[in-house]
Every structure is written in structure tokens, then in C-alpha cells.
Design a protein around this ligand. Structure first.
Ligand code: PAF
Length: 280
């Protein structure tokens, strides 16, 4: 595995691969890698000759009172994991390699970025869209692979790629879960032991809602209310629990056949997100 820090070295290596006609995949991460990330790398390897993984804890997607400073940075362990997982190049830039002090341009996918997680985390998706757009320009991959646990993030990136005619194929990969159903996430490290026991109930509540819809229950508002009550009783502080059209994330109507249920809730100070998507 080649490890590069500079944009110059990154571009030089990818240039030689492209000259050899090789297909390049990008897996963008913020590090603290778990089995979910490694699944993205494996999926990327099946679709491309060369896999580039970036590790960059992107400051612009964190709000002022969020966990940018304390976000787990585990570079040594991450490198070992990637080296045994078929990664061809690890891009580890410094903040100054990515953001110049006088940068004036950001990418904002309007509307989609303001609801659900965007409502609680103003500016978050603009930070995500901007860094992903920059990484796309730096790596110029043929394909980019993202986890579907961050379903709204994937939808924002998909919309950006369509709107800006970015010539990159996107691939979404199913959420990797613990055996108890908890979606793997770097932020699970923040959970106390007792919170870890409760945390799988977020996914269980999503599955109950999905089952009700598949069984023909038509009042999505009632399903959402019931789920919020269940989560509160279990000890969560729910942020949202919404049945959506999985293409544009609008609130689902009876006409919609492709659905995603998006949920976010806090356990103590840790914000968890999860979703289930399915067809009727
Ligand atoms: O999903 C993440 O880890 C981040 O939001 C991403 C896509 C790497 C952008 O910083």
C-alpha cells in the first residue's frame, strides 16, 4: 500500500494508473476504521483495479459545539487494517493541503441539506459536499463508494454528482451491523456500557416500523409517533423518525413505493443515526 500525504504525489500516482488504463475507486473516510469501512474497500476492489482510501477528519462538516477535536484519530491502526484489505493507496492529507486560508467556494445542495440531520447540524452537508467534491477533483476516480448508513449523505452526494455532471459512478453499500443489529459507527465508541445495551433498540424500532408498513399500515404519521414514543421510553432523545421517499427524501405518501425510514436519536451525548430502506 502506498501512503501519500501531498496532493502532488497523489496526482502523480493516479496519473500513471490512468495512463495504464486502470479503473480507480475512491473510498472517502474520516478514519477510525471499522468493519463497515473495510466492507466499502472490498466492494470498491470488486469494481476497480486500484482502490484509493482517504482519511481526513474534515473540519468543515462539524458544527462549533460538535466533536471535531475529540473525533477518534487512530491512524496507525487504520493503516494496518487497510494494508491487509487490498488498499492500493492511502491518502492522508493535512488540513492545509485541502483548504487554503482564502478559499471562497463551497458546495451546497439546497433543500436536501436542510432537513433531518441538516436541521440539527446546520452547515454539515455543505461541509460534506464540499470535501467530497474536492476529493473527487483530486482523485478523479471512476467510481466512489459510500456507506448507506448515512443515507441522507449519500442522497446529497448523488444529487451533487447529477447536478454538477461529475463523471463518477456512485455505489452505495449496505450498513454493516453488530450481531445485535447496531449499525457500526465510529461514534459508537462514545457510548457507555449501559448505552451500548440500549443502542440496538434504534434499529429494532426501525424494523418494527418497516414491518407495520409492509403489513399495510397506511398512517405513516401514526407509525412515526409510535416509534418516537418507543425510543423515548427506552431512554433515547429522538431527533427525527420519518418515513420518506427514498429517491428525494420527501415525506412519503401512499403513492411512493420506494421508501426509506430515517432516524436519529441521542443516547446521553452520543447522536446515533440509522435507516431501513425497502420497496412496497
Ligand atoms: O462519511 C464520512 O465519513 C464523511 O462524511 C466523508 C464522506 C468521508 C466526508 O468527510
Amino acid at each position: 500500500m502506498i501512503i501519500v500525504n501531498s496532493v502532488f504525489d497523489l496526482r502523480a500516482t493516479i496519473h500513471t494508473w490512468k495512463q495504464d488504463g486502470l479503473r480507480v475507486a475512491l473510498v472517502a473516510t474520516m478514519g477510525n476504521l471499522h468493519a463497515g469501512h473495510l466492507k466499502l474497500v472490498n466492494s470498491a476492489k470488486q469494481k476497480a483495479d486500484k482502490v484509493v482510501v482517504s482519511i481526513f477528519v474534515n473540519p468543515t462538516q462539524f458544527g462549533v459545539n460538535e466533536d471535531f477535536a475529540s473525533y477518534p484519530r487512530t491512524e496507525q491502526e487504520d493503516q494496518l487494517k487497510l494494508a491487509t484489505e487490498n488498499t492500493d493507496l492511502l491518502f492522508l492529507p493535512a488540513i492545509t493541503d485541502i483548504y487554503s486560508a482564502n478559499a471562497k467556494t463551497t458546495v451546497n445542495v439546497s433543500g436536501l441539506s436542510d432537513s433531518y440531520c441538516g436541521a440539527s447540524r446546520p452547515g454539515h452537508f455543505s461541509g460534506v459536499a464540499t470535501i467530497v467534491c474536492k476529493l473527487f477533483n483530486l482523485v478523479q476516480p471512476d467510481i466512489a463508494v459510500f456507506g448507506l448508513k448515512d443515507f441522507q449523505q449519500f442522497t446529497v452526494i448523488k444529487t451533487m454528482v447529477n447536478d454538477l455532471n461529475i463523471p463518477i459512478e456512485l455505489m452505495g453499500v449496505d450498513t454493516q451491523r453488530e450481531s445485535n443489529g447496531l449499525a457500526m459507527s465510529s461514534r459508537n465508541n462514545y457510548l457507555t456500557d449501559s448505552e451500548r445495551q440500549l443502542a440496538p433498540q434504534l434499529y429494532q424500532t426501525l424494523c418494527v416500523a418497516q414491518t407495520a408498513i409492509l403489513a399495510g399500515q397506511q398512517s405513516y404519521a401514526a407509525i412515526e409517533q409510535q416509534a418516537i414514543q418507543t425510543l423515548k421510553k427506552a431512554g433515547f432523545t429522538p431527533d427525527y423518525f420519518t418515513v420518506c421517499n427514498s429517491h428525494d427524501l420527501s415525506s412519503a405518501t401512499q403513492q411512493d413505493k420506494e421508501l426509506v425510514i430515517l432516524a436519529a436519536a441521542k443516547l446521553g451525548t452520543t447522536r446515533l443515526i440509522d435507516n431501513v430502506y425497502f420497496s412496497l
